[in-house]
Design a protein around this ligand. Structure first.
Ligand SMILES: CC(C)(COP(=O)(O)OP(=O)(O)OC[C@H]1O[C@@H](n2cnc3c(N)ncnc32)[C@H](O)[C@@H]1OP(=O)(O)O)[C@@H](O)C(=O)NCCC(=O)NCCS
Length: 383
């Protein structure tokens, strides 16, 4: 098409796609902040997912009153109709939970398709999605495991009911605390990651919020993005024996295999989220368990891959250790990425609102055309 784009950057590396005040990734220092607060502070015991939702949406830490308001709004918004539950349960039996989730979120849309007329509801629609996506993940997990639908209890936090519905057991306080921290840790990661960029692009077409989030779920499902948490644990399960880990990883690296949970476009030091996950791992993984073996394999992967790739700026990212912690609190492997989606819906929808607030100019980049020059059409009878 056009030929006026001399500076092509594959993967848009280094190209700003938005101005954003929501979160900041400092790739050289290995630091992630939400609205100026470090993720290390925001994942301390006592901080809930709902508190960070309020922070990311409002720009300020909530007062007790504001937190109460967000909690009760989320409890109200998470309600699903019988039909929505039934559709999500049907989808759960047909396909991977991420695709079932994507389909179920697409079906949350209204009968009309005219969001610009309702744009003053953008924050409320975003919060509704944060509440409903968490609920849908839990609905899909129950159906996937062959259990009946139970639903959240009135006073449940998102971390508590999701854990109960996904695992089928009443969670301990420690597991709820770890779940809150995991939800917080994955809630946002600047506007430039593939799924949040997707949310910006789809919002820029003035699409309905559920279309924005279902598109972002599709982007997150890929193994180069959110799917890496599932990929890394499957690799550790495949390695199985910690004593074999070193030799197996060396061989995989010789074969140019891309280790899931390793490397990052922006971080050229160890991802700060993986450090927080390791503190959670120390709290929740019990010595002598299967998860302890998997975590030891993950540590060996870190050691071997860092020795081989560290001088090229490649280090563990959030997904090297997150699977071990998800597994330790009872989350099935197929639900690691849906859990991530439930968390990142906050970032996607906060970015959706910011996109609208910025004037919402449609994304329409250019290309460098490498095809044929103009030529004469030849009718099929003459070819
Ligand atoms: C995250 C990721 C997609 C970043 O991609 P990127 O910035 O485009 O970097 P590239 O894929 O071009 O990799 C650059 C080089 O590092 C190597 N590399 C990158 N990640 C690697 C990994 N996980 N294991 C081994 N080598 C890796 C590539 O093979 C490439 O080497 P080459 O220059 O010899 O061809 C990439 O590191 C990756 O696929 N990681 C595994 C998946 C993952 O963990 N994703 C979650 C991210 S939070």
């Amino acid at each position: 098409m056009t030929t006026d784009t001399p500076n092509f950057s594959p993967g848009l590396e280094g190209v700003p796609i938005a101005e954003s005040a929501i979160s900041l990734v400092n790739g050289q220092a290995g630091r992630l902040t939400y609205r100026g607060y470090s993720i290390e502070e925001l994942t301390q015991p006592g901080v809930s997912f709902e508190e960070v939702v309020a922070l990311l949406y409002d720009g300020e830490l909530p007062t007790q009153a504001r937190l109460g308001e967000v909690r009760s709004q989320m409890a109200k918004y998470r309600v699903l109709t019988d039909e929505q539950v039934a559709l999500a349960r049907t989808a759960a039996k047909m396909t991977h939970p991420m695709f079932a989730l994507q389909a179920a979120v697409a079906l949350l849309g209204p009968q009309d398709n005219d969001f610009e007329r309702k744009v003053d509801t953008v924050q409320q629609r975003g919060l509704e999605l944060v509440a409903k996506v968490g609920h849908l993940v839990a609905v899909i997990a129950e159906a996937w495991a062959g259990r009946e639908y139970t639903g959240p209890k009135p006073d449940d936090s998102q971390a508590r009911y999701m854990l109960r519905m996904v695992t089928g057991e009443e969670p301990s306080e420690l597991h709820v605390r770890v779940m809150d921290a995991l939800l917080i840790l994955q809630a946002d990661h600047s506007a430039g990651n593939a799924s949040t960029f997707t949310s910006r692009v789809v919002a820029s077409t003035k699409a309905e919020p559920n279309a924005v989030v279902s598109s972002s779920i599709g982007a997150l499902s890929g193994p180069a993005h959110g799917g890496a948490n599932e990929g890394s644990l499957r690799l550790f399960l495949d390695i199985a024996d910690p004593a074999q880990a070193e030799a197996k990883i060396e061989r995989l690296l010789d074969d140019k295999f891309k280790i899931p949970g390793f490397g990052h476009r922006v971080y050229h030091v160890k991802d700060p989220r993986s450090k927080v996950i390791q503190t959670l791992a120390a709290e929740v993984i019990k010595p002598g368990t299967k998860e302890a073996d998997l975590y030891n394999i993950a540590l060996t992967v870190e050691k071997v891959a860092t020795a081989r790739l560290g001088d090229r700026g490649l280090f563990p990212n959030v997904d090297l250790f997150s699977g071990c912690v998800f597994a330790a609190i009872g989350i099935p492997i197929d639900f690691f990425t849906p859990m991530f989606a439930a968390s990142r819906t906050v970032g996607w929808t906060a970015n959706m609102r910011e996109q609208w607030d910025s004037g919402n100019r449609i994304f329409r980049p250019s290309q460098i055309y490498t095809g044929q020059p103009d030529r004469e059409f030849v009718p099929i009878s003459q070819r």
